[in-house]
Design a protein around this ligand. Structure first.
Ligand code: HEM
Length: 496
């Protein structure tokens, strides 16, 4: 019987072939038309390849590539990243309109961005009704442990002293890469808030945490595995896979220790708050052990790498611009002296120091593309129709280099953040280093305090110099979403 059917099929084969060819042709035409035209009334933009989209146009410095594209296509343009339609917005006012006024429809994350990394449901990747309660919960937990209060200020000031001692230990006139010391200092702030303790810089646990964090977030080219998941197994990503496992183990062990000694009447840190929430039946959002782990991973990923990248770049900029460095130091020594360390109440007296931190953030922003948002309904923006399910990219690097907002944007010039009389620091409305709207950086207050206190304390205590034949400009690389400084060396000479 089967044989007979096969013979019959064979005799009809030419017509089956024609039919197949017909369907295939129709499909290809439909797909090509969709690909070329996309939905009607989209912003203009460059063409892309099937499956890979315009990924190949982004190169190793996507912030710069998008900046070049915006010169050609304008402040709102579209392209495909992989198969996904992405609308890029580089005008701060349009970003505000999209992220604030139209927040209802633009506050989701694309699940496929992070699902394959097994971190879905974390603060960064959550969407929908989870966002508000999860953000509120984390903010409350952070405030309970000092965020925005004197205790977190004291915590950062004490850590800044540990950092200065570590810099002192490198020895006068020795050139060294400050990456690990700064990462350990910044990681210790998150460790104290989340785990209730800091680690000594010589501790293998802290070093392992810092190195596994580096392995995970410093890897470049990972986004291609969204399109071709099998590539995740490539040798290139071995460091990422192994770093991820170590990272997970360190945090899982700490959570296990917390559970073993958990006292519901006495919460020691954010981890205890998370553990308590898992047993709360009225919890507004579904919580589980995995969420504890993923939330803690986010705190390190978003909170440690960003701040430490900015502080490393700050030292590099200072060593490259001795005149700026001298001005910052003289302002600190005049307003604060040498008998005590700078604190947050010194901010109004240190406008140039604050302006310098902002100029570092502007020129070498750690999240150059910002995080992607996804539309959950179609929206109208600048006269264009953006369909539901579009990714919105609002690259901070492009806004920070816009000659319409900034005079000579390539120059390092803190004065642009000063009032006319030079007596106060001003933030132009086009400067959105922490994003805006309902997904704005959750750690903005903490980040601002850390950047100011760590930077001002290091500048008070040391003069930073480059080795004699060092390159005359800074450079960096794009890891997994974040911008990091290349390895560089400086010396730290104590001022007193
Ligand atoms: C210089 C330091 C920092 C910069 C420049 C920065 C910048 C940003 C940006 C641009 C976003 C994305 C906003 C958006 O999606 O529209 C973000 C999100 C986030 N940041 Fe920061 N950040 C910094 C430090 C921190 C710190 C210290 C913490 C932690 C305590 C933190 C926690 C977060 C979290 C949890 C999110 C995700 C919020 C959400 O998805 O709802 N960040 N940050």
């Amino acid at each position: 019987m089967a044989f007979q059917t096969a013979v019959q099929m064979f005799s009809y084969l030419p017509s089956v072939r024609v039919l197949l060819a017909f369907f295939l042709t129709v499909l290809i035409i439909k797909w090509t038309l969709e690909w070329l035209c996309g939905p009607a009334n989209l912003p203009p933009g460059p063409w892309g390849l099937p499956l890979l989209g315009a990924n190949f146009r982004l190169g190793s410095n996507p912030g710069q590539s998008l900046f070049e594209m915006s010169k050609r296509y304008g402040k709102i343009f579209s392209l495909r990243i992989g198969p996904r339609l992405t609308v890029v917005i580089t005008d701060p006012e349009l970003v505000r309109e999209a992220h604030c006024k139209k927040a209802e429809a633009t506050s989701a994350r694309d699940p496929s961005t992070l699902d394959w990394l097994d971190v879905s449901g974390s603060i960064i990747s959550c969407s929908g009704s989870d966002v508000k309660p999860l953000r509120r919960f984390i903010l409350r937990a952070l405030r309970d442990f000092g965020l925005g209060k004197k205790s977190s200020e004291r915590l950062i000031m004490e850590e800044a002293q540990h950092l200065c001692r570590a810099l002192e230990r490198t020895g006068k006139g020795t050139f060294f890469d400050p990456r690990n010391q700064i990462q350990m200092a910044v990681a210790n702030i998150i460790c104290t808030l989340c785990f209730g303790r800091r680690f000594d810089y010589a501790s293998s646990e802290l070093m392992q945490l810092v190195l596994s964090l580096q392995a995970v977030s410093h890897i470049s080219g990972l986004s291609i595995t969204r399109e071709i998941p099998l590539l995740f197994l490539a040798p290139r990503f071995k460091v990422f896979r192994e770093g991820g496992l170590t990272y997970r183990k360190i945090i899982t062990d700490i959570v296990a220790q917390h559970k073993a000694t958990f006292d519901p009447d006495h919460h020691r840190d954010v981890t205890d708050k998370l553990i308590q929430e898992t047993s709360n039946e009225d919890s507004l959002f579904s919580f589980g052990d995995d969420r504890i782990y993923r939330t803690l991973i986010d705190m390190f990923g978003a909170g440690a790498d960003t701040t430490s990248s900015v502080l490393q770049f700050a030292l590099w900029h200072m060593a490259l611009k001795p005149n700026v460095q001298k001005k910052v130091r003289s302002e600190i020594l005049t307003a604060v002296g040498t008998e005590r360390a700078p604190d947050l109440s010194d901010r109004p007296r240190l406008p140039y120091t604050q302006a310098t931190v902002n100029e570092v953030l502007r020129l070498t922003h750690p999240v150059p593309l910002n995080l992607l948002h996804r539309t959950t309904a179609s929206i109208e923006l600048a006269g264009y129709d953006i369909p539901e399910g579009t990714e919105l990219m609002t690259p901070i690097a492009c806004m920070n280099m816009d000659p319409g907002t900034w005079k000579e944007p390539e120059e390092f010039d803190p004065e642009r953040f000063l009032s006319k009389d030079g007596k106060s620091m001003v933030l132009p409305p086009g400067f959105l280093p922490f994003g805006t709207g309902s997904r704005m950086c959750l750690g903005k207050t903490l980040a601002r305090s850390e950047l100011f206190l760590f930077f001002a304390t290091m500048m008070q205590r040391f003069t930073f110099d480059l080795p004699p034949k060092a390159p005359g400009s800074h450079s960096g690389y794009f890891g997994f979403f974040l911008w990091f400084p290349d390895h560089f060396k400086i010396s730290a000479t104590p001022n007193f």
